[in-house]
Design a protein around this ligand. Sequence first.
Ligand SMILES: C[S@@+](CC[C@H](N)C(=O)[O-])C[C@H]1O[C@@H](n2cnc3c(N)ncnc32)[C@H](O)[C@@H]1O
Length: 418
Amino acid sequence: MDSLPLFLPCAGQVEPLLGDEVRRITGLAGEAVRVLRGGVQLPAARWQHVLQLNLHSRIAQRVLVELAQAPYRSEDDLYALAAGVDWAAWFTPAQTIKVEVTAQKSPLKSLNFAALRIKDGVADQFRERCGQRPSVDTQRPDVRIHLHLQAEQATLYLDTSGEPLFKRGWREDKGDAPLKETLAAAMIAATGWDPHGEQPQSLYDPCCGSGTIVIEAAQIACRIAPGLRRRFGFERLLPHQPALWQQLKAEARAAEQSAPVGIFGSDIAHRMVDFARRNAERAGVAQVLQLRGGDALQRQPPVATPGVMLLNPPYGERIAAAGQAGHNLAERRQLGFTAREFTDGGDGGEFFAQLASHWKTCYGGWTAWMLTPDLKLPGKLRLKETRRVPMWNGPIECRLFRFDLTARGPASPRQQGD
Ligand SMILES: C[S@@+](CC[C@H](N)C(=O)[O-])C[C@H]1O[C@@H](n2cnc3c(N)ncnc32)[C@H](O)[C@@H]1O
């Protein structure tokens, strides 16, 4: 377990941020950490790195061990690929398995059949060696095997994470469109917000929903490791070293501290604020976060010193639904939406014009970062962005826009965006 090739997939366009994070967590540098399309590769990591990365990475989706790679043309080639791996080094036939397949430009017709052939390769090897074969469990497998198919290359991975890493173990209450925790963490990293820097700034999400961004930020501020509240796939693998794992968790707990800055969230839907509160309790940051109900178009800054706003604002259907919501007005009121949300014309134009006006009046000196698939957002805000960072939210291409807010005042009638 001294020279393991690892691959950590992540959301599109955030690979360099994950590369920085991996270097920070492992202490590895140079060619030991390669930033590739779709993720970060560690060509020769140690088992301890597997544990550290699962425990501390906020941006990676999984930590995979690369087991085999070869050119392929047919399902039989995949069977041969699986047959060449020494599975008994990783798990026993008494354990259950699941094979998951991802593909890009694969010539194969059925990915299900590809998964079946990998499963056959694993099962036949165990049966030949010890007369027993692992069975499949698609719901709660002990061991997850990933097959990634490109046009000509097939790669087999063993998943050391189990449940994907965005599942931190604290979310039970979610809103309609919660961000994945891993993407929220990538957004925070992209802003450069550093609560432990020389001049730490407060962070505020005025459309916080179930609290994903602010809970991530609060854990970062308190140095709470994201993986402390969940179990991992590697705990069921044969190389698992429980003493080492306990030691790493103890070290992580010992590093926790109180937050050096204020972190604030608010949302117009009180139901969402309740969700965020309960999530924050489970995430161990209820004391750090200040959560309130309220309309982003009216809320005053939560602190006197300007800080950073970070949000994924309501988008598209959500606002359209609210704007045209005569028919389901009663239902939405029951959910805790107030009249303000129903005034928008459908594309968010009026909402964002009012939001920018409010920010110019009350949030001079703040920096606002907004993640949206709406490339017209700066136009709707009538603000010129100072940065635009491409980022994929699953299959949806987004931008993280940065706006430096300057105060509106009588001395500057022709301000940016007016
Ligand atoms: C895309 S969701 C944000 C999801 C959130 N990041 C999460 O992970 O749960 C947008 C949020 O904006 C809220 N919202 C809509 N109109 C608002 C307004 N006028 N003021 C404050 N929040 C608003 C909605 O209630 C919703 O929770």
